[in-house]
Design a protein around this ligand. Structure first.
Ligand code: AMP
Length: 193
């Protein structure tokens, strides 16, 4: 049984950092995939698919549904560990619904929780502009990415809240504190069975 934890949060919320730290610490049983990183890896390969992906990332736009779903499904199916953290997914209502269909068809994949890392827009902006990772960390692109993140959020929250899967954590705290909180959530869910 593959047990999936989704970690969502604004650009700059630190979602990838937290998940990375946790997966490294428990590398015997936990694996982590960042949707953004998986997509950027395809760009680095210089494939035609990578060029399509880059044209969306550079403008802070969402990569098309089919590409994202393939990326996520492959990551889950090919992972050699049963506990899987995925950050940056879902980022739209259509991705959320498509993933729900996948879960319905695959009883060997279980969604354990959707962890939302909450930060203020100011904190998000400060962190993103400070890191300057690439073309998408510029101010205008940041504004667009923030909008793209916030628009579908209420519907995504409602959907997972109704399923009893949504857990919010305060991303304004120190990295150590946020990591500890997310770890606690993961291990309490794992112990349930
Ligand atoms: P991130 O590393 O999470 O900040 O993501 C960087 C960029 O990758 C985003 O601005 C999108 O262009 C793309 N991306 C990441 N996750 C997704 C997703 N779930 N759906 C569509 N595009 C995504």
């Amino acid at each position: 049984m593959k047990r999936v934890f989704l970690i969502i949060g604004a650009p700059g919320s630190g979602k990838t950092t937290y998940a990375e730290i946790i997966a490294k610490k428990h590398s015997d049983k936990i694996v982590h995939y960042s949707t953004g990183e998986l997509l950027r890896k395809e760009v680095e390969k210089g494939t035609p698919l990578g060029a399509i992906i880059a044209s969306y990332i550079d403008e802070g736009k969402l990569v098309p549904l089919e590409i994202v779903m393939d990326t996520i499904i492959n990551a889950i199916k090919n992972s050699d560990k049963d506990i899987i953290l995925i950050d940056g997914f879902p980022r739209s209502v259509e991705q959320m619904k498509a993933f729900d269909e996948i879960l319905k068809k695959n009883p060997d994949i279980k969604l354990e929780a959707v962890i939302e890392v909450v930060v203020s827009e100011e904190t998000a902006k400060e962190r993103v502009l400070g890191r300057g990772r690439g073309a998408d960390d510029k101010e205008e692109v940041f504004e667009n990415r923030m909008k793209v993140y916030l628009d579908p959020l209420p519907e995504i929250e409602k959907f997972y809240e109704q399923k009893g899967l949504l857990i919010k954590v305060d991303g304004e705290k120190s990295i150590e504190e946020v990591v500890k909180e997310i770890e606690k959530i993961i291990f309490s869910k794992i112990k349930e069975q």
